[in-house]
Design a protein around this ligand. Sequence first.
Ligand SMILES: *Cc1c(COP(=O)(O)O)cnc(C)c1O
Length: 215
Amino acid sequence: MPLPDIQKRIEHAALEAGRDPHSVKLIAVTKGHSRADIEKSVLQYGHFALAENKGQELRDKKPLFNPQTEWHFIGPLQRNKIKYLEGVALIHTLENLEVALEVARLAEKWGRAPALLIQLHNGEAQKHGVDAAEVPALLREVRALGLEVRGLMTMAPYMDSLEDSARVETVFKAAAELAQRLELPELSMGMSGDFEAAIRHGSTMVRVGSALFEE
Ligand SMILES: *Cc1c(COP(=O)(O)O)cnc(C)c1O
């Protein structure tokens, strides 16, 4: 679907929820796509933040684009791969203090620190994310390192039925409530299949990939 159509859907969902459409940012997930495809499906429509989920892919792609491009990292974080994330504006997937320590160490070397979101576990049998009860302590510890934590990120459970869509809503609602309770301004949630529901629940960043690139 062309990017302007996605943007219209974002605006519509925001207005329906009584929100300012400018309060929702579209992050284009470019994993697996070539520079030519990204130019055609994303950048011909303007400047957009681009997101990758693998450190090496991000490192290799970044030099191919305008240096002003805003890069986000949305993949699982391993301590030994943080080195590929130099120049990234926002890491969405912080899960533990060990990784934050490595980010702080490298940020000093880079002269620039990425901002962070803490990834919230979604209650499924999924490996990634921090349990809600552990978020406040991690937030405190990461901030004590001098790093900026702007909010939370979450992934909805895989949707297969209507019943699942109720579970998706529950996950989004819980993330929004926790962000509000902790006074965290940013909420990264919503992908191609569920960004409208995420916006209804207060998402400020939707991470859209496949919908932008399909014909
Ligand atoms: C791939 C990916 C997305 C985008 O998913 P689509 O369904 O292609 O829009 C969003 N968030 C994360 C963490 C991803 O890995």
